[in-house]
Design a protein around this ligand. Sequence first.
Ligand code: 13P
Ligand code: SF4
Length: 337
Amino acid sequence: MEHAALSHALPAVQEEAERLYGKLRHLGWTMQECQLYAPLTLEINQLKKQRNAIVLGHSYQTPDIIYGISDFVGDSFELSKKASETNADTIVFCGVRFMAETAKILSPEKTVLLPAPDAGCSLSESITAQDVRDLKKKHPGAPVVMYVNTSADVKAEADVCCTSANALKIINHLPDEKIIFLPDQFMAQNLAKLTDKKIIGWHGKCIVHDEFDAESVKAVRKAYPGVKIVAHSECRPEVISEVDGMGGTSDMIRYVKTSDASTFMLVTECGLGDRMRAEFPKKQIVGTCSLCPYMKKNNLINVLSALKNPSEDQVIDVDETVRRKAKKALDRMFELS
Ligand code: 13P
Ligand code: SF4
């Protein structure tokens, strides 16, 4: 498609702006906006080739990151799998610290870069390795299933890791009747309803999913008859009781993709709704969403600087003893998934 504003742009920039516009127009981006971003995404994509680097983008990232520069987009599980399989020398993780650390745990020989070094996670910050050791003492023999939204030294204390995509499968796969599930209290409560196992939890919560309440979900259902509502399993149980489906981000995408309905509410971070609008433009996404302040710390500027000349704190490093222990828990997750 030819556009007047692009007639003076360099051919490569024009082509890049056209590529961006193909997806971003579904999110209301204009061709002029795409033209502004195109030189930056072009430069990043060229640098990626020169450095044999890939960009992994979580579904909660902004659309310019997802459609402009990401080689793979997915949930925590899919991205950690990609990180373990890639032949790239460098992984630029557009996500949060626990995700970049997971990539480093799985691929210690690679350089792993986190563009925004202060991209944390409220769940990850809710628990320490000492907390896990204390819990193990209190419940001897109970295996520890650790949500990946945790730091490397916390994972090192676990028997097996999990993500929202495989938590239930892993819990049910373990022979034990009593399981320590950390650190998300709401996910633990939601899973406890779906299994016969006794779940010992912790008090962590996701500040993003904690913002949703049952009343606003009910209001959307009333306002849009026929709407299908899906929620992330980090939401409060009283929210989950009101929805049609619960799961991780990829489960939510699958739901939207395969459902015959035309209108959906996604009870999660706003990035997922944007992804659905861009990828399924005929489906309508309604209702509120919530922004993750950590996920949104990555941007094209800090990705470019990380690729060009990473600062010390953009380079992910994990202590080798911790890494080996944490890797065992992640490997076990892959085995059981
Ligand atoms: P997913 O693994 O479902 O993508 O979730 C990651 C996350 O941080 C949810 O808040
Ligand atoms: Fe952590 Fe919640 Fe942000 Fe996910 S959305 S990174 S769980 S704070």
